[in-house]
Structure formats: structure tokens, C-alpha cells
Design a protein around this ligand. Structure first.
Ligand SMILES: Cc1ncc(COP(=O)(O)O)c(C=O)c1O
Length: 468
């Protein structure tokens, strides 16, 4: 699908529809009315196929971060794995704790656990299932949960169904706020105070909207200080750190050598490992609790051979260092992007005017970990205009606007991949700076004909008009 046809299909998807079903039953009318709420905010998801998939655009958006999928590396490793098991079954045969268990899945779990320096690994069908299992099953009655306000919805879904006595959010990556909230939980919950109940702390190693890394060492030290009885345990979702951070991509916990200080980790394979499924790491107690209390583990068919083989293929590429070049290229290109955009006069001017800015420009050199996600922040609603500009220039990248992100946090999210090139990054910089210049001219009244809308947006709005 070309960028033009993708935009056309997206525009079509934002047109109100409730009036078209006014004679249908109330069930359909109510659903279309709710969907019209999304359409009014241009927030309706439509089944697009990104232009990079047909080679008509550059991939700056997909979760195939190391490009193990794009380059065919994962397919080759998977096919080799299949060839080693010519008599494999497609089905697992049942739920894991009844007929669904098999030797191969146990072997792969052992290999994954070893790679991450964990006692056990439990493979589940997805990261979403993993988080609902972790947070639904592990908190016992009277336990409290403290979570970073940006944790994934799957963690929140699990917490909502847990037996925890309370759930308290903390401001994103804010250690002082963590200390304050932890102290208030100790104060209000007797069981936590006397050490008979615990506090579970939910964080992510890398946050997908901000591209920043959890101050895990600092948070664990604060927990030890505030709760010297040792009843605070950490749960780290490594979905965006897997394959990217740490030795051979083993994750943040491994990078910091904190394997013994973190009770539970979640590694997903649908992102940088270009396959599917997830593994929950913990000790034998954690594993037993999950296989006996977690509804998304107990009441579902055990993972199939094919999914487990694809996970093994991804881990094989990490272990053998086959993904290392991609990992290094990502960091190199991120530095190249930030250095170039920081030096550009038009971009600087637009940043000073609060039109568009890249938070990473401020502290690139101070960051202990660089990852693949670079948010490009814009004034509210400008994220669409910048995204239109970049998409029409051939860069596949999406705007994130309210309600997907809180008001005032509009951005587009540049995801740099293993097989992206210098030329692609340079083109992205050039195109972003052209838009910044156009916006500065518009805002300072220097634009031709005193036009208030940038050219790419005019083009898209004309397409919208034609589609109406
Ligand atoms: C932080 C985080 N955790 C968990 C998940 C869910 O993983 P999966 O896609 O394997 O269900 C995601 C996916 O978007 C995620 O970003």
C-alpha cells in the first residue's frame, strides 16, 4: 500500500458513520456512536498496511527493531529450527498443566532462563497474557502495588483483577515520588508496615512512548531504605529492552547485574525478536504461582511448537551475536540523527518557538543507555502535520496525539531499526527540518500568501475533501 493510498484509507476511516446505521438495531447504533467519538478525534484505527512493507517507504515505525524480520534472518533461523524437528506437532494438545506440556517447550524455557541468568522461564502466548498473569496472580490479599504511570495497559488489566489491597501510580521515572508513595503505603497498610504483606513495584525497562530507561538501581535502593524488612519486590517488563539493552540484548536487569534483586521479568518476542510469544522469568515459587493461579496461563491452550521454535530462533540470533551489528547500527544512527538535527538552524529556531523539539537533544551525552525510540515532540495537533509531511516524503512514521498520549504530549515517535541506513536518517533529518522551517515561516507571518497550513497538510486535507 503506498503512502497516498494509506492516507486515503485513514481519511475514509475518520468519516462519521452513526447516521448510516440509524435503521439498524440498537446494538449496532450504540457501537457506531462510540466509534464516531474516536473518528471525531481522528483516532479511529483503520486496517492500513504500512508503505514500507511494499518497499514504498522507509520503516521508522515498526516493532521489528533489529530488522531480523525485514532482513529474513529470523525466517532463516526458524527454518533451520524446523528442519531439526521434522516430526513436530502443530498442536500442543491442551492447556499447559494438563496435556499441553512437551519436552521442547521445557528445553527452550531452560535456554531462555539461562540466557537471562534467571532460575526459571515460563513461556506464554503473548506479552499481554504474561502481564495479566503476573499482575493477576502474584499479589496476595493485603499486598500493595505501586506502578509507573506509563506501564502498559496489560499490566493495569492484570492489577485490576488482582487481590491487591491498593494500587498506586507514581509519576513517570520519578524516584522522589516513588519514595513518597512507598512511605505513604507503609503508613497506611498495617501488613506492609509489619512486614507480613509486601509491595510489588511495576516498572518497564524501556518506555515505549518516551524512549527512556527506568532508574531501576535507584528505585531498588530507595525500596531497601524505606522498607528495611525486605518486603518490596520489583517486576520489570522488558518488552522494549529485549534484544536492545544489556549483554547481547539480555535486558536492563542483566545490564545492571540485578538478576538477584528483581523478582519477576517479562521478555516479549514480538518486537526486536521479530516473532511472537513471551517468557516470564522468576524463581520456582513464581513459576508455580503462575501455573496455579494465573487465569491466562491455566485456561488457555499451551503455546504451539511453531511459536516456541520462532522464539528459540530469535534467542539463537541474540546468543550467537548475529544481531550485534544491528544493535550497534541503531545506536550509531540515533547519535547521527540527534547530532544533525541539533545543529540545524531551522530546527533550533522551531524548538525555541515551541513548535517541535527532540528531548534527547538536551541530554544525549549524559544518557547511560541509548535505545531505538526517539520521540519528536510537537505543539498539540502539530504532530499530525509533521507526520503528513514525513509520510508524503516516504518516511513511515505515525503521530501520537491525545487521547493516545496525555494532552500536551503530542509527538511522533521515530523508531530506528537495525537495517536503517545513514541516507535514510539524513533524509529524515532533512525532511523534519524543512517542515520546521515552513512552520517558523507560518508562525512569523513570513509564509507565502500568509497561509496558516503547511503544504503537506493542505495536500492531505484536499484528499479529505475529495473523499467527503
Ligand atoms: C511494555 C509492553 N508490555 C507488554 C506488551 C504486550 O506484548 P505482546 O505484544 O507480546 O502481547 C507490549 C506490547 O505492545 C508492551 O509494549
Amino acid at each position: 500500500m503506498s503512502t497516498q493510498s494509506m492516507l486515503t484509507s485513514w481519511i475514509q476511516g475518520q468519516k462519521p458513520r452513526a447516521h448510516e446505521v440509524k435503521d439498524a438495531s440498537v446494538f449496532y447504533r450504540n457501537l457506531e456512536e462510540a466509534l464516531d467519538g474516536l473518528r471525531a478525534n481522528h483516532a479511529m484505527f483503520t486496517p492500513n498496511i504500512s508503505a514500507w512493507k511494499s518497499g514504498e517507504g522507509v520503516d521508522f515505525c515498526s516493532n521489528d527493531i533489529l530488522h531480523l524480520g525485514f532482513t529474513g534472518q529470523i525466517r532463516a533461523a526458524f527454518e533451520e529450527e524446523l528442519a531439526r524437528h521434522p516430526n513436530h506437532n502443530l498442536h500442543s494438545g491442551g492447556v499447559r498443566m494438563l496435556d499441553g506440556n512437551y519436552e521442547y517447550i521445557q528445553q527452550v524455557e531452560n535456554e531462555i532462563a539461562e540466557f537471562h541468568g534467571a532460575e526459571t522461564a515460563l513461556i506464554v502466548n503473548s506479552g499481554f497474557d504474561g502481564n495479566t498473569a503476573i499482575f493477576g496472580a502474584l499479589p496476595r490479599p493485603g499486598d500493595a502495588i505501586i506502578y509507573d504511570e506509563l506501564v502498559h495497559p496489560s499490566s493495569i488489566d492484570g492489577m485490576v483483577h488482582s487481590l491487591a489491597v491498593c494500587r498506586k501510580p507514581i509519576r513517570h521515572n520519578d524516584c522522589d515520588h516513588f519514595r513518597e508513595v512507598l512511605a505513604s503505603v507503609v503508613e497506611s497498610e498495617e501488613g506492609v508496615r509489619d512486614g507480613s504483606r509486601c509491595v510489588l513495584v511495576a516498572v518497564e525497562s524501556v518506555y515505549s512512548m518516551h524512549g527512556d530507561v527506568c532508574p531501576l538501581r535507584e528505585m531498588v535502593d530507595i525500596a531497601k531504605e524505606v522498607c528495611p524488612l525486605g518486603n518490596v519486590e520489583f517486576i520489570v517488563d522488558e518488552a522494549h529492552g529485549t534484544g536492545i539493552v544489556g549483554p547481547k540484548g539480555a535486558g536492563l536487569v542483566s545490564a545492571l547485574g540485578m538478576e538477584k534483586e528483581v523478582a519477576v521479568r517479562l521478555h516479549t518476542c514480538g518486537k526486536s525478536l521479530a516473532s511472537a510469544g513471551a517468557a516470564i522469568l522468576g524463581n520456582i515459587t513464581v513459576r508455580s504461582a503462575l501455573t496455579n493461579f494465573a487465569r491466562s496461563v491455566i485456561y488457555t491452550t499451551a503455546p504451539s511448537f511453531h511459536m516456541v521454535a520462532s522464539m528459540k530462533a530469535g534467542y539463537h540470533l541474540l546468543k550467537t551475536g548475529a544481531a550485534q551489528k544491528a544493535q550497534e547500527n541503531i545506536i550509531y544512527l540515533i547519535k547521527r540523527f540527534v547530532t544533525a538535527i541539533r545543529a540545524n538552524h531551522d530546527f533550533q529556531k522551531a524548538s525555541e518557538m515551541g513548535i517541535v523539539w527532540v528531548p534527547l537533544c538536551k541530554d544525549l551525552e549524559e544518557r547511560k543507555f541509548l535505545v531505538h525510540i526517539v520521540p519528536i515532540r510537537t505543539r498539540d495537533r502539530y504532530s499530525y502535520w509533521l507526520a503528513f509531511h514525513l509520510q508524503l516524503a516516504g518516511y513511515c512514521i505515525y503521530p501520537l496525539d491525545h487521547p493516545v498520549v496525555p494532552k500536551g504530549q503530542s509527538c511522533i515517535r521515530l523508531i530506528v531499526h537495525g537495517a536503517n541506513t545513514e541516507a535514510q536518517i539524513d533524509g529524515m533529518v532533512k525532511s523534519t527540518c524543512e517542515w520546521a522551517r515552513e512552520m517558523v515561516e507560518i508562525e512569523t507571518g513570513a509564509a507565502e500568501g500568509n497561509n496558516r497550513i503547511p503544504k503537506a497538510a493542505q495536500q492531505v486535507y484536499a484528499m479529505m475533501g475529495a473523499a467527503a
